[in-house]
Design a protein around this ligand. Structure first.
Ligand code: AMP
Ligand code: ZN
Ligand code: FE
Ligand code: FE
Length: 286
């Protein structure tokens, strides 16, 4: 039983439409897939409207989102939320403020790039964000590739767009503690995404992650491509000590960016625990 709890569609910065993601999930023989677009629920909500009311043998979709957070010191942190009530107004407001502020933020990043002599415009980004509700740096990366400035999304991040780059600009974001509390109030389950992925920029210390557990965090994403063996071992140890869920997931954004559904997976008994704790909405099949 393959369970992948972290994926993106083109409603945020993934490359597949929600329907295409479902096709890929079937091809990968997943039993359970969480759709966790950045700061929006529109991807899985579109599929919910096409759900299969009769079938119990279909693919199980877990409603979720990846909430973009920022610590008081300005560090970027991603919080996965599962099974929260999408109608909860406080959580919906957090996501909506974040999505809105990503537009002026993108314009600022472009101004900084233009100032360094790189020819790129907001319209270039819009050409690549298409139907996305959440505009992100990967769209800008795609635009830079199309302009021939860099060869790939990863190269765009390595050269210009990473979190510690002089071209980095933040956007409105709740603190991780605020996101944990909002997810919990909405009946959901919170899992810290790729908490020790140091290649992306600054990361929490293990002590700081432990303090999130005291703030109500439910679990840690352990098996993630950006975690080496020692990061995984540290996270697993912390989770064991604090009774946190440990998940594994692909953080899939598309095949052409080198990712594969089910490249990392979550154990069935962990998924059962998350399903049992999430009270804000229900899974559905398609
Ligand atoms: P944003 O939401 O605009 O801040 O962009 C965050 C997204 O950019 C993440 O979800 C990843 O998909 C991608 N990303 C962040 N850092 C890197 C990196 N160093 N290399 C490749 N992709 C990255
Ligand atoms: Zn992403
Ligand atoms: Fe993330
Ligand atoms: Fe992600």
């Amino acid at each position: 039983m393959l369970i992948d709890l972290h994926t993106h569609t083109n409603i945020s910065d993934g490359q597949d439409s929600p329907e295409e993601l479902i096709q890929q999930a079937r091809r990968a023989e997943l039993a359970v897939i969480a759709i966790t677009d950045h700061d929006t629920v529109l991807g899985w909500q579109g599929l919910y409207n096409q759900r299969d009311l009769d079938s119990s043998s279909g693919l199980t979709i877990v409603p979720g989102a990846e909430i973009s957070c920022r610590t008081p010191s300005g560090m970027s942190v991603h919080m996965l939320g599962y099974l929260f009530d999408p109608g909860n107004s406080a959580l919906a407001e957090i996501m909506s403020l974040t999505r809105d502020d990503r537009i002026p933020r993108m314009r600022k990043i472009i101004e900084l790039l233009n100032g360094a002599g790189i020819d790129i415009s907001f319209d270039d980004v819009v050409a690549h964000s298409g139907s996305a509700a959440t505009v992100g740096r990967p769209h800008l990366a795609d635009a830079l590739v199309a302009r021939g400035v860099v060869g790939s999304r990863n190269e765009a991040f390595a050269q210009y767009l990473h979190n510690d780059s002089p071209f980095y600009v933040g956007h409105f974001a709740p603190s991780p503690e605020e996101a944990i509390a909002a997810i919990k109030k909405a009946g959901g389950v919170s899992i810290l995404a790729h908490g020790l992925a140091g290649s992306r920029g600054a990361i929490y210390s293990l002590d700081e992650i432990e303090s999130l557990a005291r703030s109500g965090l439910d679990g840690l994403e352990v098996d993630h491509r950006d975690h080496d063996e020692s990061a995984r071992a540290s996270l697993r140890e912390l989770a064991d000590a604090r009774g946190l869920f440990t998940t594994g997931s692909s953080d899939y954004h598309g095949i052409s960016v080198g990712q594969r559904l089910a490249m990392e997976v979550t154990a069935p008994e962990v998924w059962e625990g998350i399903l049992d704790r999430g009270k804000g909405c229900e899974v559905f099949t398609i």
